[in-house]
Design a protein around this ligand. Structure first.
Ligand code: ADP
Length: 516
């Protein structure tokens, strides 16, 4: 046995990562820019002699998952702090499209939609290529209705309509009244404040502090941190008597970490996410012995536009039109893929074509389906365009006119008979042929949207370590966790996942016996 192997035998994961991290830092490969320095990597060496602040529960991240955890933990009697590194609360949650997928709900019943947790689970597993942890996916599907009702009845968020997302069998995305996650985040923020949850902005998690029993006992943060300047902020130690809950979201905006796991996703791909969607908190958790999974399953949204920045308005246009209007490759003037396919299938098909494609709808479909404010904003910023005739539309996108018109005639015949013979697109019962002017269209090119990978958790939202056991005092929820969605997260299931597991994490963390 070589000395290296001998030395590794008795070494913990953390010790191993400590040495690996040293290499990574010296080569600048992994942790450059993440604010983690080699001297910080040995948690046991640096338990602070004095804590600056103490709470029962310390939560990192102020999106759906962190706020759901905070509210439940507080309602279970714990004193709670939420830290947020950005100058504003809400993370990616506050800018998402506000679609909450849930099954067997009141709104679905009123719309005559037959749905069940079994069907939602089946959809999640099929889209996830069966890589999902089935127990965790099951919890999301089976508790989705309860989570939605909690958001509506207890938090007071308003949901106005039901939407379809590709890959689901039925319409089950409950859209907030303003078609934005801000409706829910702002009401959760008010509730958390009203309940007495302490909240800090500009406070960045640097590392988890672990005691000799391998229990997470607190965190080191930088207060008054000014994102993304790593030179800013004051070192502060926060003790967590009961538990730390990590709800720091995904890493779609972390190009270095993205490229480690999927080298195709370099600077050429924009992201829909807020700038703070970076992966340093996941890495810090790994250095505290947390196991990660599925880090290379990174989702591209197929409904984003190259003609506007970030998430923009086109996703709210495109996703409402699938099953009502066709998606066309402008080079051929023809359809090329099932419009109601899941996100990965559609993004892969567009990338394979190699240039932006076009989605269009006529006045009937657009007025019926698209949220008016999103349409207005998209028209204003030029990412959505309006045309009096199909000829004008074809000309604008340099489409071969005859092929395009033939394709529309064919599409219309599929809509009439409610069956797509070419790509098996779902055509909704209320869809009509694309004939009524004016016509509306937008170009589509994928952007990085969601990272399915993250920390391994169990059904109680406890973080699992490399010894396959839960790490004492450590919970996680939301996009920072991995394994729930497998290869593909379906539309609207992020909200369900964050609220379901955020609540589970908050309730269970509050039950912990204080360590000291
Ligand atoms: P989720 O949808 O899983 O709730 P969000 O992206 O909505 O995730 O929220 C996660 C929040 O966590 C974001 O506001 C982000 O700025 C914050 N965050 C990420 N990393 C850190 C960190 N190192 N320290 C403090 N906050 C963080």
């Amino acid at each position: 046995m070589s000395d290296d192997v001998k030395n590794l035998k008795g070494a913990s994961r953390r010790d191993f990562i400590k040495s690996a991290t040293g290499i990574a830092i010296s080569t600048g490969i992994v942790l450059g820019g993440l604010g983690i320095s080699p001297k910080d990597t040995d948690a046991k060496e640096s338990i602070p002699k004095k804590w600056d602040e103490t709470y029962d529960i310390v939560i990192i991240g102020s999106g759906f998952a962190g706020l759901a955890a905070a509210i439940e933990a507080r309602n279970s009697g714990a004193n709670v702090v939420v830290i947020e590194k950005m100058p504003v609360y809400g993370g990616n949650s506050i800018i998402n499209g506000g679609d909450f997928s849930a099954c067997g709900t009141k709104m679905q019943k009123e719309a005559g939609i037959n749905d069940s947790p079994e069907l939602m689970l089946k959809d999640m597993l099929r889209a996830g290529l069966y890589l999902n942890n089935p127990e965790l996916a099951k919890i999301v599907a089976y508790q989705s209705n309860d989570a939605l009702e909690w958001c509506a009845n207890y938090i007071g968020a308003k949901f106005a309509r039901l939407n379809f997302h590709g890959g689901h069998s039925v319409k089950r995305a409950h859209q907030t009244i303003n078609a934005s996650g801000s409706e829910l985040v702002n009401k959760m923020l008010s509730k958390a404040k009203e309940l007495g949850v302490k909240m800090y902005l500009k406070t960045k998690l640097e590392r988890f502090i672990v005691n000799n029993d391998n229990r997470v006992i607190g965190i080191e943060v930088k207060k008054d941190y000014r994102f993304p300047d790593e030179k800013t902020g004051k070192k502060t130690y926060i003790k967590a008597s009961k538990a730390v809950i990590l709800a720091s979201g995904g890493f779609s905006r972390d190009i270095n970490l993205r490229k480690i796991h999927d080298p195709r996703l370099d600077e050429r791909f924009e992201s829909t996410n807020h700038p703070g969607a970076t992966g340093e908190a996941i890495m810090a958790a790994c250095m505290a012995n947390a196991m990660d999974v599925h880090m290379d399953w990174i989702q591209l949204g197929p409904w984003t536009s190259p003609d506007e920045k970030g998430f923009g308005y086109v996703p709210l246009f495109c996703e409402r039109l699938v099953g009502y209007g066709p998606m066309i490759d402008p080079k051929t003037g023809k359809r090329f893929f099932k419009e109601t396919g899941n996100r990965k299938e559609r993004a892969d098909a567009i990338i394979l074509i190699g240039h932006p494609v076009v989605i269009l709808g006529d006045s009937y479909a657009v007025n019926k389906q698209v949220f008016p404010a999103a349409l207005k904003k998209g028209l204003e910023n030029g990412s959505i365009k309006k045309f009096e005739t199909l000829e004008d539309l074809a000309k604008n996108y340099n489409m071969p006119l005859a092929q395009f018109k033939n394709e529309i005639t064919k599409w219309n015949s599929f809509v009439e008979k409610k069956k797509d013979d070419d790509f098996d697109c779902m055509i909704f019962p209320d869809a009509k042929p694309t004939i009524e002017p004016p016509f509306f269209a937008a170009r589509l090119w994928p952007k990085v949207h969601h990272t399915m990978g993250g920390l391994v958790i169990n059904e109680n939202a406890k973080v699992i370590g490399f010894d396959m056991k839960p790490i004492a005092g450590f919970y996680a929820a939301g996009e920072v966790t991995g394994g729930i969605h497998g290869a593909v997260r379906l539309g609207g299931v992020a909200m369900a996942d964050c609220i379901v597991f955020g609540r589970i994490a908050g309730k269970n963390a509050a039950k912990e016996i204080p360590w000291g």
